[in-house]
Design a protein around this ligand. Sequence first.
Ligand code: UD1
Ligand code: PEP
Length: 420
Amino acid sequence: MDKLLIRGGKQLRGEVEVSGAKNAALPELCAALLTAEPVTLQNVPRLQDVATMIKLIRNMRVDVTTDGHTVTIDAGPLSFPEAPYEMVKTMRASVLALGPLLARFGEATVSLPGGCAIGSRPVDQHIKGLQQMGAEIVLEHGYMIAKLPKGRERLKGASITTDMITVTGTENFMMAASLAEGETVLENAAQEPEIVDLAEMLIRMGAKIEGHGTPKIRIQGVDKLHGCTHRVVSDRIECGTFLCAVAATGGDVLLKHGRADHLGAVIDLLREAGAKVTAVDGGIRIQSEGRLTAQSFRTTEYPGFPTDMQAQFMALNCISEGSSKITENIFENRYMHVNELVRLGADIHVEGKFAVVHGVKRLSGAVVMATDLRASASLVIAGLVADGETLVDRIYHLDRGYEQMETKLRSIGADIERVQ
Ligand SMILES: CC(=O)N[C@H]1[C@@H](OP(=O)(O)OP(=O)(O)OC[C@H]2O[C@@H](n3ccc(=O)[nH]c3=O)[C@H](O)[C@@H]2O)O[C@H](CO)[C@@H](O)[C@@H]1O
Ligand SMILES: C=C(OP(=O)(O)O)C(=O)O
């Protein structure tokens, strides 16, 4: 099993390219299932989750060709609208196949994703919303078996207000509604940049969508969608992770293609902490020197501070001056990195959804174990500043969502290598 070996203490300097967003590429691969014409996605990150999603849609007899960061999906031959457990269990985003399959074929069988390290993550809202659009969904043997009632050929537009804001839920509804009969109105919709990117792709395919990027999205269903070429938006979470890494180690790095307009809450906090962060032509520049000041924050839906950046900012707080209080509002169990950070010498106390971090002057390298995707990233950041060697085990979690993280970090001066 691959591990990352990090020798801490190096400042980071130079330029790094931010990849396309995992959380946009995954729904967009599923959106390609809505049409029988080829769809080309550019700037697709080369990640384990993307490979899993491609495997999942190829299993439906869809033709997928890849050329570097470009992926072409031809769902014309799709004849097996199923997402089996074996594939879904490693990637919860597989639930995104449900809306498009149901909308185009009137049936879908998708495994329930099950719990995961960061919380129970149910999909009740997805099911409820699609039922409001006329789908009949039963749960059997761990699968969601969805179909349209006899005599009905298309989903019907509906007014859907979810109990909480859900990102993939909003995406499933937008995709399903694009081919439904009549108008769908989504209230309490997620506003993440990945939602906006997906909506822009669907519009390129002929969908009629308004209000994406706001809590109320209106979709007028059309009979048919067509092929398109779409460039996946840049990954704000990968970019934010590198920003935290440079803030922690000190240095001066340009994050090419980084979108400052998608990282407002994170950048504001980094500036408060003492880093100099500037939106420049074609990216974001960060300059950081010395010990920063610890910052308290609460995770909330976009445009608030993202839960997917909580672990990485916590790693920075661990070695900043002063104490901070972190509140995790989105997932009930997203502090799995804490015990590992403590093994590196951090001073953190967790109570329920709160974590209090007392900044220490130094961390010391140790063997640590990654437990989920962003937890892994926080351990890498901590390893980059810790004295001596840190070995991060179970980095298959990291590979789910970061493209060649160690290569990128090495290119800006980190002493990091992948070892067996
Ligand atoms: C592939 C992808 O885009 N993943 C992101 C997406 O996950 P995902 O879309 O799964 O997360 P949601 O926005 O749906 O989850 C928000 C909250 O709602 C709850 N919930 C959600 C749906 C549902 O049917 N029932 C329910 O109870 C969840 O358990 C969670 O507590 O948004 C999360 C929140 O920004 C991010 O951390 C993930 O990186
Ligand atoms: C939690 C994440 O992803 P997923 O929803 O795919 O598990 C993430 O990207 O941090």
